[in-house]
Design a protein around this ligand. Structure first.
Ligand code: PLP
Length: 229
């Protein structure tokens, strides 16, 4: 009996419930956030049918990928702050980057994406809560940046990513997730074919799904509480 079976089942049930409540036929993709957890933990969750995993720190992720190289179907998502000097290994080893926040980093990712791999999927990070401590662009800046990123040859701009404020107030959560949805809608109105809203974590993904999340990033509800870094 896997240590993670109950957590994963509960998360899947919560996603199904929240999705059913939206009357929206779109499916929600679960990214299991494995930062600070061991390759053994990732292997156990993968054995339960989970293939998408999210990581915040480049070196920790690369070490984990090496330990798990025998698993053929893992899809790795980079969800942490990205420095330009780390763009190359990220472009080489991940399938997705959720945290693009400037053209320069996107250009580096595109230049470093190997030609024998499909284009790298990226999202632009929007500061949906407006908190000064949070990364991400203002909604206007994010929408303005989108066409330049969509034009890069080795990237596919998929949509927007946001991190909600830590609050239990579900109306407040929803108002913030709606900010990312509006960015997506504005870009679609300009003709960009975007399909992804990466938003919602262990404590707030129901609110994110209610506002149109297509991808939720869930760590502690699957893996348990993280030790402080
Ligand atoms: C850690 C992290 C998560 C997962 O958070 P939980 O509260 O453990 O579900 C999701 N997104 C980002 C960007 C993170 O850094």
């Amino acid at each position: 009996m896997s240590l993670y079976r109950n957590g994963l089942q509960e998360v899947r049930a919560r996603i199904a419930g929240a999705t059913a409540a939206t009357h929206n036929p779109a499916t929600v993709r679960l990214v299991a956030v494995s930062k600070s957890f061991s390759p053994t933990a990732v292997r156990a969750v993968h054995a339960l049918g989970q293939t998408d995993f999210g990581e915040n720190y480049v070196q920790e992720a690369l070490d984990k990928m090496t330990s798990l190289a025998d698993l053929p179907d893992l899809e790795w998502h980079f969800i942490g702050p990205l420095q330009s000097n780390k763009a190359k290994p990220v472009a080489e080893r991940f399938g997705w980057v959720h945290t693009v926040d400037r053209l320069k980093i996107a250009e580096r990712l595109s230049a470093a994406r190997p030609w024998d791999q499909p284009p790298l999927n990226v999202c632009i990070q929007v500061n949906i809560s407006g908190e000064p401590t949070k990364s991400g662009l203002t909604p206007d800046a994010a929408v303005e940046l989108a066409p330049s990123i969509a034009a890069l040859p080795r990237l596919v701009l998929r949509g927007f990513m946001g991190i909600g404020e830590a609050t239990d107030d579900s109306l407040r959560q929803r108002a913030q997730f709606a900010v990312a949805r509006h960015c997506l809608e504005r870009c679609r109105a300009k003709g960009l074919a975007l399909d992804t809203l990466s938003m919602g974590m262990s404590g707030d993904f129901e609110a994110a799904i209610a506002e149109g999340a297509t991808m939720v990033r869930v760590g502690s509800a699957i893996f348990g509480t993280r030790k402080p870094a």
